[in-house]
Design a binder for this molecule. Structure first.
Ligand SMILES: Nc1ncnc2c1ncn2[C@@H]1O[C@H](COP(=O)(O)OP(=O)(O)OP(=O)(O)O)[C@@H](O)[C@H]1O
Length: 329
């Protein structure tokens, strides 16, 4: 199937006073129409920068895209003017973030903001009355209790979970083809988090929207996504269906992440985690970027760039040790 989004060999660096920070290192990633992909990795590994850069949302300078291509429905995005990129984002791509208040204005009623956002959608030509109908429909779709009352509420009168539902309503009212959800539940308590994840999963499926769910938590993406790409220090180190990531994780970093997912039978203070920290990306190591923290490191891991290889039909991994084990199995 042709990809909705195909990021190919994307490299991005930040030019700062301290030097050139190599944030994204030749990443390739594709999302099919209707597919829900989880992008996972610890804080600072480049998840947000990757998705934002793909849609022209990382300010340049300080950022510079030094190579790569980003195709959306087969059309190159990186070559578009900022105006064309804006138009495409407004039409086809919606984003939700950890803190809904970044996007919801505290001084206007929820209904007013939804109606204005719908009226501003280019090419749809909604008048105020139709926009109001759609806004109320969307508030019902996101299962906000008593939508008519919430329509007249101010943001501070809503709980965090309700505000996140409003933001989802706003994002999906435009009927985008792709939703990017960047840690949308991190700020919420566990019960509300599960409800919002269920809601996102159900809405993207019903509406046939593709999803990129960004999270540091494999447990979170496994509730919503069918595929996971694991990111480490600006590279995708493993990319596979969710079930394979959980049943047969291959990259040592993925295994470490899995060991960090809380389990009801393992006390919280016994999380295994991964010791060490991300490498310095002002001067990245020449070989595998995970080598310094890897329990299986060998001499050959330190030598050259480690590319991704297909290990199964839909399972890719960037690790020499895994390749060797497979070859000798
Ligand atoms: N404008 C910028 N200038 C310089 N460095 C930046 C800039 N924006 C991001 N970075 C760096 O790029 C790296 C990747 O950041 P990014 O926000 O994508 O990480 P992340 O994986 O999404 O983490 P988090 O989960 O904390 O958001 C970080 O080290 C960050 O400091």
């Amino acid at each position: 199937m042709e990809s909705l989004l195909a990021i190919r060999d994307l490299a991005l660096e930040f030019h700062t006073f301290d030097g050139v920070y190599q944030a994204i290192d030749h990443v390739s990633l594709a999302v099919a129409p209707g597919e829900a992909l989880g992008l996972v990795g610890e804080t600072g590994c480049g998840k947000s920068v990757l998705t934002r850069a793909a849609f022209g949302l990382v300010p340049s300078p300080p950022a510079r895209i030094s190579s790569g291509s980003v195709l959306f429905e087969g059309r190159e995005i990186l070559g578009l003017s900022p105006k064309e990129q804006r138009a495409m984002r407004g039409r086809d791509i919606a984003m939700i973030f950890q803190d809904p208040m970044t996007f919801i204005n505290p001084v206007f009623k929820i209904g007013t903001q939804l109606v204005d956002a719908i009226c501003a959608q280019k090419g749809r030509g909604f008048g105020k009355r139709r926009a109001r109908e759609l806004a109320l429909t969307m508030l019902e779709k996101v299962q906000l209790p008593n939508p008519l009352r919430q329509f007249e509420s101010y943001p501070h009168q809503l709980s965090g979970g309700m505000r996140q539902r409003v933001l989802i309503a706003m994002a999906l009212a435009a009927e985008p083809k792709l939703l990017i959800a960047d840690e949308p539940t991190t700020a919420l308590d566990v019960t509300i988090q599960a409800q919002i994840l269920d809601l996102i999963a159900q809405l993207v499926e019903d509406m046939g929207i593709s999803l990129i769910m960004i999270s540091h938590d494999l447990g979170v993406v496994s509730q919503v996504c069918s595929r996971v790409a694991v990111m480490y220090a600006g590279q995708i180190v493993e990319d596979a269906p969710v079930a394979e990531i959980f049943d047969d994780p291959l990259h040592p970093y993925t295994r470490g992440l899995l060991a960090s997912v809380p389990h009801p039978l393992r006390p919280a203070n016994k999380l295994e985690g991964i010791s060490g920290s991300l490498p310095n990306l002002y001067a990245p190591p020449p070989g595998c970027r995970f080598a310094e923290r890897c329990p299986h490191v060998t001499e050959s891991c330190l030598k050259g760039r480690i590319g991704q290889k297909y290990i199964g039909k839909q399972h890719k991994v960037a690790c020499i040790a895994v390749e060797d084990t497979m070859q000798h199995a």
